[in-house]
Design a binder for this molecule. Sequence first.
Ligand code: 13P
Ligand code: SF4
Length: 301
Amino acid sequence: MTVVEEIQKLKQEKNAVILAHYYVRPEIQDIADYIGDSFYLSKVAVGLKEQTIVFCGVSFMGESAKVLNPEKTVLMPDMHADCAMAHMADAKTIQKMRDTYEDLAVVCYINSTAELKTHSDVCVTSANAVKIVKALPNKNIFFIPDKNLAHFIAEQVPEKNFVYNEGYCPIHEHMQIEEIKAAKALHPAAEVLAHPECPKAVLAISDYVGSTSGIIDYATKSEKQEFIICTENGVRYKLEKDNPDKKFYFTETEPVCTDMKLITLEKVLHVLKTGENEVHLSKELRIDSRKPLEKMLELAK
Ligand code: 13P
Ligand code: SF4
């Protein structure tokens, strides 16, 4: 039996479901029951019928799935797959901001630890942040952890006062503007599609800015034939699969999230076989981090 066949067999036997983010390896995307961006996966995680969720992504994703499904078993193929940005804020600064600004909403990008979520009022993803921030009654917004996404949202919601945190995604932050310009010079007809985790200078030369799914949808629906993609290179698989006649280019230094790439078929098989790498969160952490996640799901409807 191949590894893939063994995974399919064990999935049935153990009543398990596989969720995967677009940044994981193509072979993992192929075995996933649900694949999407962070918002889609958080919606899917609610109301699954299977008892076990194997989450092919980084730790904050597994944590959120557990928080939304406390009675289910959530397994991570690799416990070391983490998101650097998820740790780039702290409770002390949040409290300082609450003491400084009246009428403050702490808006927490879902790419954050469960612990950070407990100090927040509402979660957002890159796909729903504008809608949610607009819907909040608060004038002052402390947006954590991502400064780039915060600036992108602030531009679209000028009626709010944004307070910025210094976090960033190392993969998107280090996207080289010169390399994007070089790709544009090579492919002048190509549109530039960027993720809002990219710095402002990158977004300024982009034709479209949106979440991972937003980029895939935009390119799929577009009548254009060529695109320069400014996000993690895992999206190439879905883009090329759904658009065999279109061309997708990345910057010369391809943006790779090495944590997402830690997930392999062998590791998925191993956790299905052994039940190892289960996500455990204290009851207090689960209850307190659930509130902002539920508020996000409510406001994003
Ligand atoms: P989205 O899934 O919201 O596009 O975010 C991208 C990302 O960096 C996930 O870790
Ligand atoms: Fe975190 Fe960036 Fe990797 Fe997404 S791509 S998981 S934001 S480090």
